[in-house]
Design a protein around this ligand. Structure first.
Ligand code: E4P
Length: 217
């Protein structure tokens, strides 16, 4: 499973990238606002650092506006993926922009039917938001399983990009279900390394090592 980082924080992306943990980046208007930076500037910096797709989002509500914005965003760098919302207008924009050979990430997906439409419209990525479904007591991971089955049934090449990831468990479940990609905040990716028994075991080993009075270096 590919790891995308869900942030516009350059330092956090750099740190994970140096460990080989970054296959791409996703941003959205909320993350850009949080960064407090000019969106073109920050997107260009991320694109220069990361070889994989960097999603930046359109904000128009009509297809024509999304297409114009998408073409403008695509000028930032070769590896820009244009994010459009999963609305009827967004699907129209997806069809046009993907027809021009651009990467399109159809975002704000909350149902298998929406994902089916996005694949038919030529989306490169479909972004089902698992965390926001969980917030409503709807199992977000069930949606990933449904989309996986539908895409496999008809051999759609659209990649399932598990989004709105809130926990390390979401990452594990996405990988078990065969999601192509999961995008997560840096803290969630780092949390995947943590286990209470690792900490406990390390503590015991270090105490016993101290008793030996030996040194490695
Ligand atoms: C990524 O593409 C999405 O915009 C992001 O994962 C949304 O996450 P949130 O529901 O935590 O805001």
């Amino acid at each position: 499973m590919k790891f995308f980082v869900d942030t516009a924080d350059i330092d956090a992306i750099r740190e994970l990238n140096e460990l080989g943990m970054v296959d791409g980046v996703t941003t959205n208007p909320s993350l850009i606002a949080k960064s407090g930076r000019d969106f073109k500037e920050v997107a260009a910096e991320i694109c220069a650092m990361i070889a994989g797709p960097v999603s930046t989002e359109t904000v128009a509500l009509d297809a024509e506006g999304m297409i114009a914005e998408g073409r403008e965003l695509a000028k930032i760098a070769e590896n820009i993926a244009i994010k459009v919302p999963l609305t009827w207008e967004g699907l129209k924009a997806c069809k046009v922009l993907s027809g021009e050979g651009r990467m399109v990430n159809v975002t704000l997906c909350f149902s298998a039917n929406q994902a089916l439409l996005a694949a038919k419209a030529g989306a490169t990525f479909i972004s089902p938001f698992v965390g926001r479904l969980d917030d409503l007591n709807i199992d977000g991971m069930e949606l990933i399983a449904e989309i996986r089955q539908i895409y496999d049934n008809y051999v759609f090449s659209t990649e399932i990009l598990t989004a709105s990831v809130r926990t390390a468990n979401h990452m594990k479940e996405a990988a078990l279900l065969g999601a192509d990609v999961a995008t997560a905040p840096p803290a969630v990716i780092k949390a995947m390394a943590s286990h209470v028994l690792t900490d406990k075991g390390l503590d015991a080993f270090l105490k016993d090592w101290e008793k030996t009075g030996q040194k490695i270096l």
